[in-house]
Every structure is written in structure tokens, then in C-alpha cells.
Design a protein around this ligand. Structure first.
Ligand SMILES: [Zn+2]
Length: 130
């Protein structure tokens, strides 16, 4: 068994421990598929603890529809300033309207669209502008 050092762009095979290329999906030695190629999707509490930006689309939609006027979904999605704006203007019912629209939008879009739009902020820019 060789004992060479693992380089920057290499990793150990999960199955046999052989040093293989970091981008390899299949170990050339044992033929086993590597598990860490794609990031594991998390939602809800997991993302809070790991700090990942991934948020639950259904939770955001429910918050927007039920508590949208208070900006609850904005706080949940990591936009506290927008949330405070919503809460300040709650008596005008304008935030409730925005919450309704955003909630319906969250429900109708796909998970991928949801996470990509929220991570680059275009959705919030669009709806957050007043
Ligand atoms: Zn292997």
C-alpha cells in the first residue's frame, strides 16, 4: 500500500481509502460512487444550525400568507430590515398585500427557483422596493 500524501485536488475514497481525484465521482480502484460530490439538501432547523442559506419554501410561503403583514417571512428569509419595514407599515395593509403576493409566488415557484432567487436577492429587491 502506498503512503503518499493527499494533494489539494485529491481525496480519499469512501470505500477503499485510495487517494483519488477530488472531482472523481467513481473510484477508479474499487468502482464505488463517492457520496460527497453533491451538497446535501437541508431545510428548516438544519440550515439554521449549519448556517446554510437554504430555506424551506413552504415555511416561507405560510409565513408570508399568515403573517406577511408583519414581515414574518422576511425575518425568516434573513432580511430583517425588510421585515421591520413591513411591521412599521402594517396598519396601512400594504405589507399584507405584498405578503399575500409573495406567499403565492413562493408556492408557485419551484424549489430551485426559490433558493436561487432568494440567494441572489432579486426577488427581495423586486418586492422590497417601496
Ligand atoms: Zn475506492
Amino acid at each position: 500500500m502506498e503512503c503518499r500524501e493527499k494533494k489539494q485536488d485529491e481525496k480519499f475514497c469512501h470505500e477503499c481509502g485510495e487517494i483519488i481525484r477530488a472531482k472523481a465521482e467513481i473510484c477508479p480502484k474499487c468502482g464505488c460512487r463517492q457520496h460527497d460530490v453533491r451538497p446535501i439538501r437541508t431545510n428548516g432547523l438544519d440550515s439554521v444550525f449549519s448556517g446554510a442559506p437554504e430555506k424551506s419554501r413552504t415555511t416561507a410561503a405560510a409565513l408570508a400568507l399568515l403573517l406577511g403583514g408583519f414581515g414574518a417571512h422576511k425575518f425568516y428569509l434573513g432580511k430583517p430590515l425588510h421585515g421591520i419595514l413591513y411591521a412599521v407599515f402594517v396598519l396601512t395593509f400594504i405589507p399584507a398585500f405584498f405578503g399575500l403576493v409573495e406567499g403565492i409566488h413562493y408556492i408557485t415557484m419551484s424549489d430551485d427557483e426559490f433558493s436561487s432567487r432568494l440567494s441572489n436577492g432579486t426577488l427581495n429587491q423586486f418586492f422590497g422596493k417601496k
